[in-house]
Write a protein that binds this ligand. Structure first.
Ligand SMILES: Nc1ncnc2c1ncn2[C@@H]1O[C@H](COP(=O)(O)OP(=O)(O)OP(=O)(O)O)[C@@H](O)[C@H]1O
Ligand SMILES: Nc1ncnc2c1ncn2[C@@H]1O[C@H](COP(=O)(O)OP(=O)(O)OP(=O)(O)O)[C@@H](O)[C@H]1O
Ligand SMILES: [Mg+2]
Ligand SMILES: [Mg+2]
Lengths: 158, 162, 158, 162
């Protein structure tokens, strides 16, 4: 059991570092055991070094930085044992434009191997889609779905 | 393996059958608040055997069935069907895997894999063999809680020792 | 004590109904005691009727609908005992374009009487500002603030 | 009454003095993630006497002082100043009310109203007399929790019977 845990932490840490660089565009990130001598009892900590900042605790990061860090960890777990698809529901909401662009770059690369479905309100994220569906409730309380041409995307969002 | 088609009937805000075809690459889903986007996300979670009310945003499984609108009566059951293209990963299931799940207001359920009846456990086993589903559904509400939560537990569960 | 509580609920309920109509653009909302005979012990419930939908529980609303409902309640409390200013931090993040437009209409009207400060990433919300400040970290870890002309807003967001 | 000017020194990510002038109407604040926008929001909460670590997003009050960057040393104290234009609501304070709050790494604090020393309690009393501040700070993270939380408590607190 201990070996499985240590292997898992090492695998996730490796992916975490790679994903961190591509979505944060700089700095470095690690995941490690706080007390490596007692793996089963020891908590796991995330160490995030953001360019030029001296972060002591994750709670000092901003809302957007915390969301991006959490996403990085989830992507790392995903890449260690990937399903054939990935479904994202408004994960871009707290992010600014340049973080969204980096996130989109990461997703576009991932989409070469797996299928990605993204629910979003943000035009920058819509742009990376290959196919677009619009969900509407023209009849109140009843959802319908239509395939949409990207040129009409703005209309459907209203 | 990839998702080929999802069809939803009587599930949450979908009283009429709705079909979504999926392809390789990135599919984006847009729409106003409350239009039913996350209900699609829930339908995919449910078809793979998810039973958790908190994941499915309901108090009891019956809340998944269309409860009516100002112009329509409530539905008697819900049925979700997912067709996966099987590119050799699980050869015993053939070139396509069709998963069907039905739930009636009478509390009965039907489950099918490639149109032959099965149990919920068979669908959950299939989901395990496909692999990686526990980190394939990422939603904005749950993301903020990760940093403050118990990260160690994520490792214990993923290493199978939780 | 009981009288103060009942008065407060009535006052908030009145404002809640008015705010609900302007931010949801339809339907109606109420706040009331579940058991009016025992005001001190009784919980308070929000009743939201959205056009054409038969909502039994608030947990069945979507992410955006719940956020807008919570905002409506907070605005109702605010209007019952208003401070001279109101500061909003990314409250528009989960909302779609038409809800943001209605929210902005409501804020513009409120700003005739009080001062409003809004932190946002959304261009639709930036548009209702009378003054614009950009916060940057050109030197890593060090925040600076510059007054910005609206025409340059897109540049600062990057 | 309205906010006329906020000046921040040594507070969170602001090692150098920064001044923001405010006018009537709507002031919008934009900027990249992590640039310091919510730190400004926190500074205004703090100047009105807020002492709650969870509202101020810190573990102890000392975390409010600039803790340094790759090129600068940490600051020894933080000072936030707020100038309000007093349009007759609280005449005994004169046409302008200037509130100043300082906190040193040595754990000492200084408080001033219109440049004369006072206690934290005097600032908190002034905040109560201005009125309505408990619902004047609305942030996206806390909004989602309202619907699931205890709404009755909001009424009890606001009616003064909590
Ligand atoms: N069993 C049900 N029967 C009918 N309608 C339902 C049922 N369950 C949920 N709904 C409706 O579905 C709507 C919510 O849909 P959903 O959560 O998918 O919205 P969304 O498109 O994700 O919106 P947002 O952009 O705000 O996240 C609610 O308004 C609710 O009334
Ligand atoms: N005491 C401190 N000393 C120096 N820097 C600090 C201190 N406390 C917080 N910070 C820095 O402030 C930054 C966060 O700022 P803030 O939360 O205001 O960002 P924001 O502009 O609101 O971003 P977002 O758009 O993501 O919400 C963090 O990166 C953190 O390093
Ligand atoms: Mg949703
Ligand atoms: Mg912020």
């Amino acid at each position: 059991a201990i070996n499985r845990l240590i292997e898992k932490i090492q695998a996730v840490n490796l992916e975490f570092g790679l994903v961190f660089e591509s979505v944060f565009g700089g700095g470095s990130g690690k995941v490690r055991l706080v007390d490596p001598d007692h793996p089963l009892e020891s908590p796991v900590e995330i160490v995030a070094a953001l360019e030029g900042k001296r972060i002591k605790r994750l709670s000092q990061l901003s809302g957007g930085e915390q969301s991006l860090l959490a996403l990085t960890l989830l992507f790392a777990f995903y890449r260690v044992n990937p399903a054939p698809f990935l479904i994202l529901d408004e994960v871009d909401a707290p992010l600014d434009d340049s973080n969204i662009q980096r996130l989109c770059g990461f997703l576009k690369e991932l989409a070469q191997k797996i299928q990605i479905i993204i629910i979003t309100h943000n035009p920058l994220t819509i742009r990376i889609g290959d196919y677009l569906y619009g969900v509407t409730m023209e009849e109140p309380g009843v959802s319908k779905v239509v395939a949409v041409d990207f040129r009409d995307a703005a209309r459907i969002m209203e | 393996m990839r998702i080929k088609r999802l069809s939803i009937y009587g599930f949450k805000s979908f009283p009429e059958e709705v079909r979504l075809d999926f392809h390789r690459g990135i599919t984006v889903i847009v729409g106003p608040n409350g239009s039913g986007k996350t209900n699609i996300f829930d339908a995919i979670r449910w078809i793979f055997g998810d039973q958790s009310p908190s994941n499915l945003r309901c108090e009891k499984i019956e809340d998944l069935i269309f409860f009516g609108s100002s112009q329509r009566r409530s539905a008697g059951f819900t049925e979700v069907k997912l067709i996966l293209e099987n590119e050799g990963e699980l050869p015993e299931f053939g070139p396509e895997i069709e998963i069907t799940r039905r739930f009636y207001r009478s509390q009965e359920s039907d489950f099918y894999i490639n149109r032959s009846p099965c149990r919920l456990k068979d669908i959950q086993d299939l989901a395990l063999r496909i692999g990686g589903l526990s980190y394939a559904f990422l939603e904005s509400g749950k993301i903020k809680e990760i940093i403050r939560g118990n990260i160690k537990r994520m490792f214990d569960e993923s290493a199978g020792i939780a």
